[in-house]
Design a protein around this ligand. Structure first.
Ligand SMILES: NC(=O)c1ccc[n+]([C@@H]2O[C@H](COP(=O)([O-])OP(=O)(O)OC[C@H]3O[C@@H](n4cnc5c(N)ncnc54)[C@H](OP(=O)(O)O)[C@@H]3O)[C@@H](O)[C@H]2O)c1
Length: 323
């Protein structure tokens, strides 16, 4: 059967870290490619992020609110939407199983993009045992078990940005062994020997790549799309930071993979909230973002993505604003 063409999109988690970029890119295509754009959000967010909600309404977004765990509220919200794009945060990833079952039963919903936008959770045989992947693996299993629902996993690898502890952010000195690019201190701690290749995707590109996937329904149907902005090495990243911050050398140290594994294990043993992040950084440092060929070309995105230079420029801006 031919893949379904997306027209009306309902987004969950639209005011979150990556949701903001995804809805922004979707709204840029509203009118040209898409008709109705709606968000389903919590009543709490209506109050706590009222300015953001008002901005979305002013751009023509329909705002539906309620409890995402309520089957009735979600089924009613689905009316008239053919595609669901979920950007929910990690703590509620498992709620998507019910969202998927309800979408499968609903006559209007034809397609579901689960909240992925990160590490490839089916990269290789060891992926099945990685702790941070378990909830997302259950969500994929729920999608595979549906009768009529098309799905796409947009796999982007780590974000090439400096917000909220992301790969190009500055971590506090006491946590820097987990990797840091600190503009203020001109200081970097690189994971591994600094020469390991890694693919990153800027959050701005995540939004564009999701839209490209929506606009290429046949190519994106029922599969993972492994996409990214650029492939680089930690040493090349720090060299770019040095170039864009006046040319002086930064102070650079390394956390070898064996030490990173130890830190990861200790963090899990202590029940540290950052243990999952260390696991993901270890997976990326082991090459878990690398492919013979990425899927950008399949959805017309081989050339129109950010470069390392773009990402570092933006990271410097973000870090400067934060200080
Ligand atoms: N590749 C990377 O480097 C990277 C980094 C971070 C995240 N990610 C991935 O991106 C996806 C979205 O993560 P995010 O960081 O953008 O999400 P987030 O900002 O933490 O949350 C997104 C939205 O989820 C909804 N939500 C409701 N209850 C929540 C709860 N208890 N905890 C968290 N969120 C809740 C909220 O939407 P409403 O307010 O509208 O209800 C919230 O705005 C995840 O799959 C995550 O794994 C990838």
């Amino acid at each position: 059967m031919a893949a379904h063409r997306t027209q009306n999109i309902l987004i969950f988690g639209a005011t979150g870290l990556i949701g903001e970029f995804i809805i922004d890119a979707i709204l840029a295509s509203k009118g040209k490619e898409f008709s109705r754009i709606g968000i389903f959000t919590s009543n709490n967010t209506l109050w706590t992020k009222s300015d953001e909600i008002d901005r979305l309404k002013a751009r023509g977004v329909e705002v539906l609110s309620g409890n995402l765990a309520s089957a009735d509220a979600v089924s009613e919200a689905y009316n008239g939407f053919d595609t669901v794009v979920s950007c929910v945060g990690r703590p509620i990833i498992h709620h998507q199983v019910q969202l998927i079952e309800l979408a499968d039963k609903h006559p209007d919903v034809k397609k579901f993009f689960p909240s992925e936008y990160g590490t490839d959770i089916e990269y290789g045989p060891s992926s099945a045992n990685e702790k941070p992947h378990q909830q997302k693996l259950k969500v994929r299993a729920a999608l595979k078990a549906t009768k009529d629902l098309e799905y796409t996993y947009v796999v982007t690898g780590p974000y090439g940005d400096a917000d909220r502890g992301l790969f190009l952010s500055a971590r506090p000195p006491e946590d820097e062994a987990g990797g840091t690019f600190d503009v203020k201190r001109k200081r970097a701690v690189l994971l591994g020997d600094g020469n390991g290749r890694i693919s990153l995707t800027t959050m701005r590109d995540v939004g564009k790549l999701v839209v490209a996937a929506l606009l290429h329904p046949e190519e994106a149907k029922n599969r993972a799309l492994r996409v990214n902005s650029f492939t680089t090495t930690p040493k090349d990243i720090v060299a770019e930071f040095e170039k864009q911050t006046g040319g002086q050398s930064w102070s650079v140290d390394f956390t070898p993979l064996s030490q990173l594994k130890q830190l990861e294990q200790q963090a899990w043993e202590r029940g540290d909230a950052h243990a999952g992040t260390l696991t993901l950084r270890r997976i990326w440092s082991e090459g878990g973002t690398l492919y013979e060929k990425r899927d950008n070309a399949l959805i017309g995105m081989e050339d129109s993505v950010d470069s390392l230079q773009d990402a570092v420029k933006r990271a410097i801006e973000v870090q400067s604003k934060a200080t």
